[in-house]
Ligand binder design. Sequence first.
Ligand SMILES: Nc1nc2c(c(=O)[nH]1)N[C@H]1C(S)=C(S)[C@@H](COP(=O)(O)O)O[C@H]1N2
Ligand SMILES: [Mo]
Length: 375
Amino acid sequence: MKQTHENRQSTAPSAVPHQQAALPAAPTTGPLTREELQLGARNHSMPLEALRRDVTPPGLHYVLTHFDIPEIDASSWHLRISGAVEMALELSMAALRRDPAITVPVTLECAGNGRSLLNPRPLSQPWIMEGVGTAFWTGVPLAYLLGKAGVLQKAVEVVFTGADAGVQGGVPHHYARSLPIREALRADVVLAYKMNGTELPPQHGYPLRLVVPGWYGMTSVKWLESIEVVTAPFSGYQQRVAYRYQDSADDDGTPVSRIRVRSLMVPPGVPDFFTRRRILKHGPVLLQGRAWSGAGAVTGVEVGIDGTWLQAQLEKPFGGYAWRKWTLPWVAEPGKHELSCRATDATGATQPLEQNWNYQGMGNNMVQRIDVTVE
Ligand SMILES: Nc1nc2c(c(=O)[nH]1)N[C@H]1C(S)=C(S)[C@@H](COP(=O)(O)O)O[C@H]1N2
Ligand SMILES: [Mo]
């Protein structure tokens, strides 16, 4: 541990006045663009059959990276903690591994999940509905390190900056996000160096990432390099411009934060290769899936069979912000059917049947519908 050099703080992203940054191109109803395909090929979703497992193996967990995956030499890398603290810290990976560690199961979901189902469709990463995954994250509680540094009374937020940089909306910046102090001091917020018990894979933030249970994925900054305690709300691009619920380009909107209640089903039967339509034999089948919410525990899941809603059986949750398994036995009769599922959480929030349109395509948690042909 040593004092942070003053000049190192110059990597902190500069403020972006909202009006100066360009928003993404206007939503479209046209065919998929080359740029969407490019993003869709780099960033992958979780195959829905992985919903059978409590824990998603790293290769099946969704990935979202705005810029390039940085190549970091963990032996010379340091985490800096500075700003409105009594004592700035600079910590090596070796030092962080000696600190007390916790392991938390967390369902992460991209805030843009469901975006390409919207009409018109915002132009960005073209998620359908599988931008989600659940992992056990192991590392140092953020609150422990903030306690060590000593957060000053005047602090309002904590800014997390990644090693990756690029240009978005015409603004060059390092990927950075902030959290209000009270969220940053939660006991389950972790600076993770392990995913599912093994070293973090490069695409998930090696050597160190933030994981904020319950919040949409953009909050969990990967390739973490610096933590700065600030005395005014952070206005970096990813905070002030991106990740807002906006009605239109002109609407300042409201910030995206916690994950909206959602459920997904493992598509039953087998797929047709090209259309992915499901084909299944008649008779009994156990429908199953998972449900989660960043606002509170999932309290119920209903399964819709050709529009009739039935109560699914919920299994015991295995972690505060990890998804919860549900099942529903169904006797499949020959013919075409539409299956769907919708979850409700402890706040009473339920998934909408219709799309929840907003300019950036954020937080779309409308119910999943699966067409099946029973033979
Ligand atoms: N440094 C950095 N952190 C980042 C991102 C990024 O592009 N750079 N993407 C964010 C977004 S939008 C999401 S949804 C999650 C995805 O985490 P995963 O790729 O480990 O699933 O990482 C977040 N953290
Ligand atoms: Mo995301």
